[in-house]
Design a protein. Structure first.
Length: 153
């Protein structure tokens, strides 16, 4: 998988955004999100803190059925509002596992994935809130166009 595809997939799973009438406090707390795009999907659980920190876990499924590769990661980042945009920066990432057919991939393959994911540390992305209502949050990544559906935990 190419690094930019990995970046798009992971950053789509890091759902942060803002709209003019949304206050920072509206985004604080724990969110559960799913994102699907072509042959990949993500599910994440992340927490947004009032000090600008963001932490979470994400599972990325790339491919279909027998060929699907599942990557599990922990991450940390920062977020801030700028006009009507919330900017998120990935500051730390740990690849916990990579599996195919429920079996761990070979160490060289794991190391390749780890290197590709680590190259994303320092990347910034932004999303637009499509809706925020009754504990639900719908986002569109402004770079990749991916849609995320979230609900408050």
């Amino acid at each position: 998988m190419k690094p930019f595809v990995l970046a798009a997939t992971l950053m789509a799973a890091v759902p942060v955004a803002v709209v003019a009438d949304v206050q920072e406090t509206d985004l604080l707390g724990v969110w559960l999100c799913t994102t699907s795009e072509r042959e990949s999907s993500t599910s994440s659980r992340f927490e947004v803190f009032s000090d600008g920190a963001l932490t979470g876990i994400v599972q990325i499924v790339s491919g279909t059925d027998e060929t699907a590769i599942v990557s599990d990661l922990d991450y940390q980042g920062t977020w801030k509002l700028q006009d009507d945009i919330l900017i998120e920066t990935l500051t730390w990432l740990r690849l916990k596992s990579v599996t195919q057919n429920d079996l761990p991939v070979l160490q060289p393959v794991f190391e390749q994935f780890e290197e590709q994911f680590q190259s994303m540390v320092g990347l910034r992305t932004s999303s637009t809130i499509l809706s925020l209502d009754l504990g639900y949050l719908d986002l569109k990544n402004r770079i990749y166009g991916t849609l995320s559906e979230c609900q408050r935990e």
